[in-house]
Design a protein around this ligand. Structure first.
Ligand code: GLA
Length: 416
């Protein structure tokens, strides 16, 4: 009996090590914020980022001005607004937290972040997790200290502080690649992969589960190789900004990438700009819907100290979040496009589908001459539909049922 138990334990440890080696980092989380570093059984351990990560990041609103106080205020507001309970659990500090290195080469936070460990403890005490940012280059994009030559040391420091998520941004490493392999794109890409793998191994060595977020703007079709070097998510494009043109261009450009996403590894069309000023009500709903259809990470980027009830309702719509977080883990695909009108479908667990009719155009659309394309989605005849944003059952819907889709707006259905 004892021999068998021992064999079983050994087998589980081997399985766990194999899973780590494959980039499928395992985590043991009893409640948000309490993450145990040591494994005990491969089969009972959920995957890191089994569903697209949800949280908040400082860059889109605070950019280089973010401080310890902003992170604490945001932490408090994630709790008091209900966002934490809606699923937004990662509080991610983006660029500009970094200070200099001490004599031993250990990274220090700068004067805006007096005590990173204390900050992590605070965030954890509220049932949330803390994310941080670095670069494989010597400098980050905002020209702060990067991790080049200090990868293991930095990962160990993050683990010591209690960091749960790392966004790793190529930035100045592009210069290293060009310098080391001038005019040889293939050699440069190898260097890039090696740099991401190096930090992956460094994170594994800490034994602390961390979501590993690649930010290299989709270069070298990262979706092809990111998961094999540990990516839980990878940016697919350059930076988003808070305007409809940029947001919708990025969202629409994800068509075709659906086959690369799944539990533990997600396409990342960048962080949300919902509530960041220049998007109107319909545009914010389009943004949220498109990201949910894409099974995209939902990393809010707005200033929570000024969040209006309208924005809170969009970010915390339970049914829309459930579409994004559906455990089947399928990214939606574009079924049909005619000019500014696009119809996307996302398979959900249990056989239902989320169907979004987007109107990226400048005037409202009545869908004249446009079918829903239910057959192409795999439905034989009429379906039963629910209008998700209106929270209304629509009863039977047929292929030629028409919806009015506002300018820059969307109709989101759940169809079965
Ligand atoms: C790059 C990234 C952004 C942000 C900034 C910080 O531009 O794409 O998301 O992290 O760097 O400097």
């Amino acid at each position: 009996m004892r021999v068998w138990r021992q064999r079983l334990q050994t087998c589980c440890v081997i399985l766990w090590v194999a899973a780590l080696g494959a980039g499928a980092q395992a985590t043991q989380t009893s409640k948000a914020g309490a993450v145990a570093a040591r494994p005990h059984a491969a089969t009972t351990r959920p995957l890191v980022a089994a569903t697209p990560p949800m949280g908040w990041n400082s860059w889109n609103f605070f950019a280089g001005k973010v401080t310890d106080k902003d992170i604490r205020d945001t932490t408090d507001l994630l709790v008091s607004t209900g966002m934490r309970d809606a699923g937004y659990v990662y509080v991610n500090i983006d660029d500009t937290w970094e200070g200099k290195r001490d004599a031993a080469g250990k990274i220090q936070s700068n004067e805006k972040f007096p005590d990173m460990k204390a900050l992590a403890d605070y965030v954890h005490s509220k049932g949330l997790k803390l994310g941080i940012y670095s670069s494989p280059g010597a400098q980050t994009c905002a020209r702060y200290e990067g991790s080049l030559g200090h990868e293991e040391q930095d990962a160990a420091t993050y683990a010591e502080w209690g960091i749960d998520y790392l966004k790793y941004d190529l930035c100045s490493y592009g210069g290293v690649m060009r310098q080391q392999a001038p005019d040889d794109t293939s050699a440069q890409n190898k260097l890039m992969r090696a740099a991401y793998e190096k930090m992956h191994q460094a994170i594994l060595k800490t034994g602390r589960p961390m979501v590993y977020s690649f930010c290299q703007y989709g270069d070298d079709s990262v979706w092809d190789w990111g998961p094999s070097v540990g990516a839980n998510l990878w940016r697919t494009t350059g930076d988003i900004s808070a305007n409809f043109d940029r947001m919708s261009l990025i969202g629409r450009s994800q068509a075709g990438l659906e086959k690369f996403a799944g539990p533990g590894h997600w396409n990342d069309p960048d962080m949300l700009e919902v509530g960041n000023g220049r998007l109107n009500h319909d545009e914010n709903m389009t943004h949220m819907t498109l990201w949910a259809m894409l099974a995209a990470p939902l990393i809010a980027g707005n200033n929570l100290t000024q969040m209006t009830p309208e924005i809170a309702a969009i970010l915390m719509n339970k049914e829309v979040i459930a579409i994004d977080q559906d455990t089947l883990g399928k990214q939606g695909s574009r079924v049909y496009a005619e000019g500014p009108v696009e119809i996307w479908a996302k398979p959900l667990k249990g056989g239902a589908k989320a169907v979004a009719i987007f109107n990226f155009g400048e005037t409202a659309s009545e869908m004249r001459g446009i079918r829903l394309h239910l057959k192409e989605m795999g439905f034989a005849g009429a379906v039963t539909a629910r209008d998700v944003w209106a929270a209304k059952e629509l009863g039977k819907v047929k292929d030629d049922t028409k919806f009015t889709v506002p300018r820059h707006g969307v109709v989101l259905l759940e169809v079965r």
